[in-house]
Write a protein that binds this ligand. Structure first.
Ligand SMILES: [Zn+2]
Ligand SMILES: [Zn+2]
Length: 171
């Protein structure tokens, strides 16, 4: 779904969210400035802000001088754009921070400070890339091992059958 232009209500505290325009990407993100400080990203918007080198000054400026209410981030939430139930998910590679994701429209909701924590996981791009590579290698490696085990099991079955067959034919 594209950048939504309607005012939406915060999925955590139900206050109206405030749109903050990000000129670099030409998009609006929704921030709960009069409630809990949570941020809602439409589909694909989150990728512009989750890495440490990406600019979130506009968000931090909007936060300045505000007092936010606390919310319970273990409670289930509904997507403020399409109404679907959001799913708690680890969005980051290190799997330390859980965010709410909408599988229907692709929206993501982050509680206050979760964005900063996700960004702090990797101070540099190199470290982030290294960890992504490690994860890919681990997955591919496991698949290769599984494949090998299957091949060996097939070989073993074949030899058992062959023995049985030889037994029937030659005995
Ligand atoms: Zn809120
Ligand atoms: Zn949605």
């Amino acid at each position: 779904m594209a950048d939504n232009l309607n005012t939406i209500k915060c999925p955590a505290c139900q206050k109206e969210m405030v749109k903050i325009f990000i000129p670099e990407q030409g998009i609006n993100i929704d921030v709960c400035l009069n409630g809990c400080g949570g941020i809602y990203f439409d589909n694909r918007e989150f990728q512009y802000f989750d890495e440490a080198h990406e600019n979130i000054d506009k968000i931090l400026d909007a936060y300045k001088g505000k007092k936010f209410i606390d919310t319970d981030d273990s409670l289930p939430r509904s997507c403020p754009v399409c109404g679907a139930k959001m799913v708690k998910n680890y969005s980051s590679i290190k799997k330390q921070i859980q965010i709410d994701e909408c599988y229907a429209c692709g929206g993501k909701f982050l509680d206050r400070e979760e964005l900063q924590k996700i960004r702090e996981e990797y101070p540099t791009n190199e470290e982030r890339s290294a960890d992504i590579l490690k994860e890919v290698y681990a997955t591919v490696g496991a698949e290769i091992l599984e494949q090998k085990a299957k091949t060996e099991e097939t070989k073993r079955k074949r030899s058992v059958l062959k023995k049985l067959f030889d037994h029937l034919v030659y005995d």
